[in-house]
Design a binder for this molecule. Structure first.
Ligand SMILES: Cc1cc2nc3c(=O)[nH]c(=O)nc-3n(C[C@H](O)[C@H](O)[C@H](O)COP(=O)(O)O)c2cc1C
Length: 180
């Protein structure tokens, strides 16, 4: 059974999780920028991690656009983000719908972890994007719960990474049945 962990990160939290997972699984963790789809042929299990940016799992398109080359493999994806994990509808509906077309949804086992957002570390582009999003959400007349939450999250500032969060994923890779 050969496994690889691939990650795409802007500020480091996805790499942190990828390294923890790879250590537990006794395999390599590799930056997605050094991975081509052809390189994945030799692996039975592929774990992919990316930070959430406007609900998109950064770089997961590497897998979702290449399903024909991944047949027979066990595919596991994890996101890192700052939306509290109790908002299951956000993760199980919005994030899934934005990243996986209906016909490939059941090919992936998806996990969600809390990441890190340190406002002082953000690029100017990201800081401006959050400011704009906050303004738009604050301008809503009858905001939904999700829109109210987004306003709060634009100011979230902290490192919420947690090594224990990887346990279910690690267990699944070690023992779970192949899905695809
Ligand atoms: C511009 C921007 C957009 C973001 N969008 C989301 C989002 O849609 N959902 C979420 O939960 N977190 C969101 N975040 C928080 C990041 O996903 C979080 O900081 C993550 O840990 C980043 O991972 P990385 O540093 O490995 O790229 C956003 C952060 C920024 C700066």
């Amino acid at each position: 059974m050969s496994t690889i962990v691939i990650y795409k990160t802007k500020y480091g939290s996805t790499k942190t999780y990828a390294d923890w997972i790879a250590e537990e699984l006794g395999c390599e963790s590799v930056d997605a920028k050094n991975v081509k789809i052809e390189d994945l042929e030799k692996y039975d299990t592929i774990v992919y991690g990316g930070g959430l940016y406007a609900e998109i799992i950064n770089g997961v398109i590497l897998l979702t656009k290449n399903m024909d080359k991944l047949e027979g493999k066990k595919l596991v994806v994890f996101s890192t983000g700052i939306t509290p994990l109790k908002y299951r509808e956000y993760y199980d509906k919005m994030v899934i719908e934005k990243n996986f077309k209906p016909e490939i949804r059941d090919k992936f086992k998806v996990y969600n972890f809390l990441g890190k957002m340190i406002l002082d570390e953000l690029s100017v582009v990201h800081r401006t994007a959050l400011k704009t999003l906050k303004k738009i959400m604050q301008g809503k007349e009858n905001p939904t719960e999700m829109e109210k939450l987004l306003v709060e999250l634009c100011d979230a500032n902290g490192d919420f990474t947690d090594k224990n969060a990887i346990n279910d994923l690690v267990e699944y890779v070690k023992n779970g049945l192949s899905k695809y």
